[in-house]
Design a binder for this molecule. Structure first.
Ligand code: 1CP
Length: 336
């Protein structure tokens, strides 16, 4: 039983006393308490793969920032790794894949079921135990298109030319890879739910590099397949940069759609007022002075309205944000 179940109720479309609030990328990044643990280790992967430590940093923002939900400390890149493409997390640079997949033979070698991700499920079980019902726990995965971006490009990129090139040069090959990622992701999310995840979020961080038409064919099609299979708990789809696909997003068979700060709140609401929306404060607002933060947070909340709403930023909180400002944002939501 959850003592604070605001997030789960809002995600189900039920009436809540106030909208729940959490922040994308709230675990890690901004808290000195996170960095203290992180700096004592060999690297990011040790933290992700050690359930005791992962659960500790998952709970830090609940204790320190008083958010209404925890999100399991992990990364979307654990899926490519479990499929057969290990990643390295390079200090101050980000992820890098020594091997990528760009041919049918390479894709054939990838695994797609029975993947070894027990460390994530153990971290979820342990976190649930330690949280003891204080707040819900969010499980997550990358959406297939975003995962394909990393598996073909080999790391972060401004343009993601490799995956986009494949959509023109060999769409069948892209579909083959997206299929495998989709199968892996369904199993992964179902196992996260069995381990105790109360809500699931799909991050499609690179949705915005595609045209709306391509996003329908190579992004939303696979998200839809996941949603048709993973229906045990409410699912949120966050497709960063996909403002041009508002209607298609709102027609997905999921409870909640996450908005980035460039998306028009009223346009999304108008498509289907019964769906829950999550978002969408520009993360840069949190660099401003206190009055500006309070003013922008209240204005945003007014636009979303009181029901079917989960307060969040429009993308992950930026690493150099002052935790005091983040706390002010959380307190403003709770007090207004
Ligand atoms: O050493 C470190 O501390 C590395 C920084 C870091 C952290 C804390 C990375 C590297 N990943 C994470 C954890 C993480 N990643 C979480 C859980 C904890 C939390 O921060 O709340 C989550 C939900 C993610 C999800 C993730 N990873 C996304 C989707 C969300 C988004 O921000 O769009 C993406 C795109 C990644 C890949 C990734 N991992 C790390 C980096 C620097 C990146 C982005 C690389 C790029 O620019 O393409």
């Amino acid at each position: 039983m959850l003592q604070n179940d605001l997030l789960v109720r809002a995600a189900r479309g039920e009436t809540t006393e106030r909208p729940p609030v959490w922040l994308m990328r709230q675990a890690g990044r901004i808290l000195p308490e996170y960095r203290a643990i992180r700096n004592s280790l060999s690297g990011f992967k040790e933290l992700v793969e050690t359930p005791e430590l992962a659960s500790e940093v998952t709970i830090q923002p609940v204790d320190i920032l008083d958010v209404d939900a925890a999100i399991i400390f992990s990364d979307i890149l654990v899926i490519p790794e479990a499929m057969g493409l290990p990643y390295e997390m390079i200090e101050k640079k980000g992820p890098s894949f020594p091997r990528v997949v760009r041919s049918a033979a390479e894709i054939d070698k990838l695994g797609s079921s029975g993947l070894e991700l027990n460390y994530v499920y153990d971290a979820i079980r342990l976190t649930k135990k330690k949280l003891d019902g204080r707040v819900p726990l969010i499980g997550f995965a990358g959406a297939p298109w975003t995962i394909m971006c990393y598996m073909t490009e080999g790391g972060g990129s401004k343009t993601f030319s490799w995956p986009r090139r494949m959509l023109y040069s060999d769409p069948g090959l892209a579909e083959k890879l997206l299929d495998k990622i989709t199968i892996s992701t369904i199993e992964y999310l179902k196992n996260q739910i069995k381990a105790g995840a109360d809500v699931i979020q799909l991050f499609d961080s690179w949705a915005g590099v595609l045209s709306p038409e391509q996003y329908g064919d190579f992004g939303l099609k696979y998200i839809r397949r996941i949603l048709e299979e993973v229906d045990e708990v409410p699912v949120t789809v966050f497709a960063k940069g996909a403002a041009g696909s508002s209607k298609d997003l709102m027609e997905l068979p999921c409870r909640t759609i996450g908005l980035d700060w460039q998306m028009n709140i009223h346009e999304f609401r108008a498509h289907d007022p019964s769906k829950t929306l999550q978002g969408n404060l520009d993360p840069c607002v949190l660099y401003a002075d206190e009055d500006t933060i309070i003013q922008h947070t209240r204005k945003m909340m007014g636009e979303f309205g009181k029901s079917n709403y989960i307060v969040n930023l429009g993308h992950g909180v930026y690493p150099d944000t002052d935790p005091v400002k983040v706390k002010l944002f959380v307190d403003t939501v709770k007090g207004s």
